[in-house]
Ligand binder design. Structure first.
Ligand SMILES: Nc1ncnc2c1ncn2[C@@H]1O[C@H](COP(=O)(O)OP(=O)(O)OP(=O)(O)O)[C@@H](O)[C@H]1O
Ligand SMILES: [Mg+2]
Length: 402
């Protein structure tokens, strides 16, 4: 019988594993799925009890910023991926050439997306709608951007000639290393602005900021994209993502979509193909009266896609592994009409306790320390509607003291 694909079959006990740079919860869930699929995984992280190190057959101690540690690790892998975009993209590109171990998504794509300025420019280049923005490198530029984005028509470029009237709110974001709202500053008043400039812009910031217009969104939406190196693409269902203190608390879906969602889905599919991206990508969106705006891209598996572990026939971690291996992607099908995911965020430093949930599935990350706001695990539930599933995870959440 003829084989449908020319791709070589995976061999059992492949001599070299797939490497994952990083040992947190995203790496752990990738490793667990790889294990189910019979794929050998090796983890590079600092501590033997990191969430992913606990569940992977192979682990190397090392720093993700050390050229030597990364190089030594890559040499032992047939290909590598990562769980965080906060890596040195230039260093990875050089090490990819040196070790001949492919890194996917490609270091060049990480480089563009990890910087909020080049990411916004990438969105504009590909015709993806996003909030207006300006580059900010000094206090004067910050004051000017606040005026322009806040609706002032001809603001002075000088910090000294400020308008007496409060402009509309604006948002400043660190160009690099922002996550969970760390690095995001919503400025509503003159006092907020003065405090922000004094704290962040009096000394030259290492990477600078972008200023963005404040978006009065109806709700926040997210969607996962996937592209295999064989060229196949997939778009998972659109979900609503609810943030508390700039941190994702829960996700529910699938959303009822309209022509605006369909148009954006087509643009995203075209974008990922034109860029030739390989792997899974998280897309955060704002739904506004005027339509959908892209807030942020993440070149990796993403918190807003964790529901897929239970709600879809093909979850984001499996899809990511298939993408980087150039394997055929399944068509993710819904396992229920509604689903929800609730993050289990730490609220103290006391070790968490819980009773196992009844009709929700627990995904615990095995972190050895509880901290306020820290993502310790999540629970997923299915239901007849998204709201029904959300009610289940909200109820089950009360069984945890995190
Ligand atoms: N322009 C904006 N207008 C209104 N609210 C915003 C704007 N930008 C960000 N926010 C709010 O702040 C949250 C965090 O912002 P953003 O996602 O850009 O940064 P982040 O810290 O990198 O988050 P993540 O952990 O998702 O990477 C958003 O989810 C949203 O609630
Ligand atoms: Mg975000």
């Amino acid at each position: 019988m003829k084989r449908a694909s020319k791709k070589p079959l995976l061999r059992a006990l492949e001599p070299k594993p797939i490497g994952i740079l990083g040992g947190g919860q995203l790496a752990r869930m990738l490793a667990l799925k790889a294990h189910e699929l019979g794929l050998k995984i090796s983890i590079l992280s600092e501590n033997a009890d990191d969430p992913a190190a606990q569940v992977a057959p192979l682990w190397q101690r090392g720093s993700l910023s050390s050229k030597q540690d990364l190089g030594n690790f890559l040499k032992t892998c047939r290909l590598a991926t990562f769980e965080s975009e906060f890596l040195d993209a230039g260093l990875l590109a050089a090490l990819e050439l040196e070790t001949k171990t492919p890194i996917l998504p490609r270091p060049a794509d990480i480089g563009l997306i990890q910087d909020r300025l080049t990411q916004k420019q990438l969105l504009e280049k590909h015709g993806l709608p996003t909030a207006k923005f300006h580059k900010v490198e000094s206090a004067d530029e910050a004051w000017w951007a606040r005026m322009v984005l806040g609706g002032e028509t001809s603001p002075s470029r000088s910090a000294k000639n400020r308008s007496a009237r409060e402009p509309a709110p604006v948002v400043f974001k660190k160009r690099r290393f922002g996550y969970d709202g760390y690095g995001t500053f919503v400025i509503r008043t003159q006092k907020d602005m003065e405090a922000f400039v004094a704290a962040e812009l009096t000394k030259k910031s290492a990477h600078g900021f972008i200023a963005e217009e404040f978006v009065p969104f109806k709700r926040e939406v997210a969607v996962m994209l996937a592209r295999s190196s064989n060229g196949q693409t997939r778009l998972l269902p659109f979900v609503e993502s609810f943030q508390q203190d700039s941190r994702c608390l829960w996700v529910k879906g699938p959303l009822k979509t309209n022509a605006r969602f369909t148009a954006l889905a087509a643009k995203l599919g075209k974008f990922i193909n034109t860029v030739g991206y390989t792997g899974v990508m998280g897309v955060e969106l704002f739904e506004t009266e005027r339509g959908l705006l892209v807030n942020e891209l993440a070149p990796r598996v993403h918190n807003s896609g964790h529901y897929s572990l239970d709600a879809l026939s093909e979850d984001q971690f499996t899809l990511h592994l298939k993408c980087i291996l150039g394997q055929e992607l399944g068509e993710p099908k819904l396992n229920a009409k509604g689903f929800a995911m609730m993050n289990l965020l730490g609220s103290s430093t006391v070790a968490p306790t819980w009773r196992l949930p009844t009709d929700a599935r627990l995904h615990w990350y095995g972190k050895n320390e509880n901290r306020p706001g820290r993502k310790m695990g999540h629970i997923n539930a299915l239901g007849a509607t998204p709201e029904g599933a959300l009610a289940v995870v909200q109820r089950e959440r009360r069984k945890f003291e995190v």
